[in-house]
Design a protein around this ligand. Structure first.
Ligand code: ADP
Ligand code: MG
Length: 315
């Protein structure tokens, strides 16, 4: 079994698109860029033990490698189109690759993303994916557009993936709905595209709400005030963690891949239609204020302090 057998297996199952002039097989791929659109490019790497627990199913690794990149494009309001896949594998394991491709291909088909190239090498298990999409010129959602007085919104529910990790780390039985949020996150691609022209800024929540909202604050030169008791909560999380613990999972836990965005108060009725059109709940959690940081408070206004602030590599 060689590198080329693996590549052939990948090529045979990769989703295709009409705008791919030349896909896997040559020294570089060629794609036809839609007229009048700007390209958006995002890359994310998943390392074993860092980005997914050792016991993660290969199919879930395949799903997640694409999902985290789709989430980045969603946060920009872009339309995903093509991707390349860099695989580092400890050995040429066809069964592992087939399962990996099951998850990868399933999500690629859902979003009509073609796999057009990549690299296959031997080494510690690591999956790096580059996703290319497009958007109308000057229309992409940036981190830098939040304005004082804007309201802060999040999609879906928060803290579920971090809840699964907390249970896994403590050796407890991991609740299935939480584990699914960790292993098979739902990138909010439709929502991101629908928010173009409505939201003033956006980011996807990969490192934790407070950390990621902090990036919006820095890029927009503003502060944020959020109400921790207003953060959207799943039944699965509510049933398994006490209030204090779940507040910190919701406010600082990573890996949710929900969108956090800002919009003026006047956009409220429009956002209700967006939520309905995209079939995803949207929750208002706070306001953009003068300042430089994210401050959190409880429902009664008393300050709330996180015990951690989000995931940071190399600390
Ligand atoms: P080169 O040595 O010219 O980079 P490779 O032998 O690495 O070529 O790759 C051959 C072809 O297979 C290229 O088109 C490359 O993009 C594609 N390819 C290699 N690995 C992967 C992968 N993991 N996923 C998708 N395409 C891949
Ligand atoms: Mg190569």
């Amino acid at each position: 079994m060689s590198e080329f057998d693996l590549i052939e297996r990948i090529r045979a199952r990769a989703a295709r698109r009409d705008d791919v002039v030349l896909g896997i097989g040559d020294d570089a791929a060629i794609v036809r860029v839609p007229a009048g659109r700007e390209l958006l490019v995002a890359t994310d790497t998943l390392n074993r033990g860092v980005h997914f627990p050792e016991n993660t199913l290969p199919a879930h690794i395949g799903w997640k490698a694409l999902a985290v990149n789709l989430s980045d494009l969603a946060a920009m309001g872009g339309t995903p189109a093509w991707c390349t896949l860099s695989l580092s594998l400890p050995q040429a394991d066809m069964a592992w690759l087939d399962s990996f491709l099951d998850g990868f291909v399933e999500l690629a088909r859902l979003h009509e993303v073609a796999l057009i190239g990549g690299d296959t090498t031997r080494g510690p298990l690591s999956v790096s994916l580059t996703l290319v999409g497009h958007a109308a010129p000057d229309q992409a959602l940036l981190r830098s557009g939040a304005e004082i007085g804007d309201e802060i919104w999040v999609s879906g529910t928060l803290g579920d993936a971090a809840g699964a990790l907390a249970q896994w780390r403590s050796g407890a039985q991991v609740a299935a709905p939480l584990r699914l949020r960790l292993d098979r996150p739902t990138p909010r691609v439709d929502l991101g595209q629908t928010l173009v022209g409505v939201a003033t800024s956006a980011i996807d929540i990969s490192d934790g709400l407070m950390a990621d909202l902090g990036h919006i604050c820095r890029a927009s030169r503003v502060g944020a005030r959020i109400d921790v008791s207003a953060l959207p909560l799943s039944n699965a999380l509510r049933d398994r963690f006490d209030v204090a613990w779940r507040h910190s999972l919701q406010a600082t836990g990573g890996d949710d891949y929900e969108l956090c965005f800002t919009a003026p108060h006047s956009a409220r009725s429009q956002l209700a239609s967006v939520a309905e059109a995209c079939a995803v709940p949207l929750t208002m959690i706070g306001t953009i204020v003068e300042g430089t940081s994210v401050r959190a408070h409880m429902g009664d206004g008393s300050p709330w302090m996180p015990t951690t602030t989000g995931y940071v590599h190399f600390t």
